[in-house]
Design a protein around this ligand. Structure first.
Ligand code: ADP
Ligand code: MG
Length: 221
């Protein structure tokens, strides 16, 4: 693997609803190196979630390409995208990434089971790092907002991803929890994980190596 973990080349994405067309991404490029944290900011509707979805291979760009760990993720068959995602990417969206009928512990085991890798942290260690070890046996609906966010982060990190993609990761947590989460992210970045963090938080932007701003589907220079 070269040091570049994630490359997006001139991404375009538009949505059509009847007469109305929305240009959510209009030629967005991005390159993230091993261990680098990139924060993405921008007003509501500027394309942040659409960009993350394309980077995660959960959505297909209408133009442009995405490569992760040197492999093409965009315009691949769904099963190939799923495999690359399981192997290389940790995803944390606002909708959450916890399956409702599984305990926190089993959510992590599930992700580790399908990732296929061997170099991954233990379940207890992951939960301890995000400060929710005592909640390992809880179901997602039994967690507070902050606990759910942290358990979601543990799930996103469970496959020891080359790339972590998170949408408003610390949106629902208090200041102390945010500091703890950010310290963990810095530590993971030091260990090599590349990150793209969509955020409105100054604290998150402050730990980033670069802060990029989207407006109307384009980078603001
Ligand atoms: P942000 O995350 O920055 O708030 P989004 O990426 O969610 O922005 O949305 C960018 C633009 O694309 C918005 O105008 C939004 O309404 C539109 N959009 C996003 N997803 C869809 C969709 N599935 N169908 C139609 N329009 C969408
Ligand atoms: Mg969004």
């Amino acid at each position: 693997m070269s040091a570049t973990r994630l490359t997006a080349d001139s991404l375009y994405r538009f949505f059509r609803a009847g007469e109305e067309e929305t240009f959510a991404l209009q030629g967005v490029g991005l390159q993230v190196e091993k261990g680098e944290i990139v924060a993405v900011t921008g007003p509501s509707g500027s394309g942040k979630t659409t960009l993350l979805s394309c980077l995660a291979g959960l959505d297909e760009p209408d133009g442009g390409t995405v490569h992760v760990a040197g492999e093409r993720l965009s315009h691949q068959q769904e099963h190939l995208r799923s495999r690359l995602r399981a192997r290389y990417i940790g995803v944390l969206f606002q909708s959450g990434n916890l399956l409702e009928h599984l305990t926190v512990r089993d959510n992590i085991r599930l992700v580790q089971g399908i990732s296929g890798g061997t170099d991954r942290p233990g379940v207890h260690e992951l939960l301890r790092d995000v400060g929710v070890a005592p909640r390992a046996g809880a179901l997602p609906r039994q967690l507070s907002g902050g606990e759910a966010a942290r358990a979601g982060l543990a799930v996103a990190l469970a496959n020891n991803p080359a790339v972590l993609l998170a949408d408003e990761l610390t949106g629902e947590v208090d200041g102390e929890t945010e500091r703890r989460v950010l310290a963990l992210l810095r530590e993971r970045a030091r260990a090599g994980t590349a990150m793209v963090l969509v955020t409105h938080s100054r604290a998150v932007a402050a730990v980033a190596d670069r802060v990029l701003r989207l407006r109307d589907g384009r980078w603001v220079r």
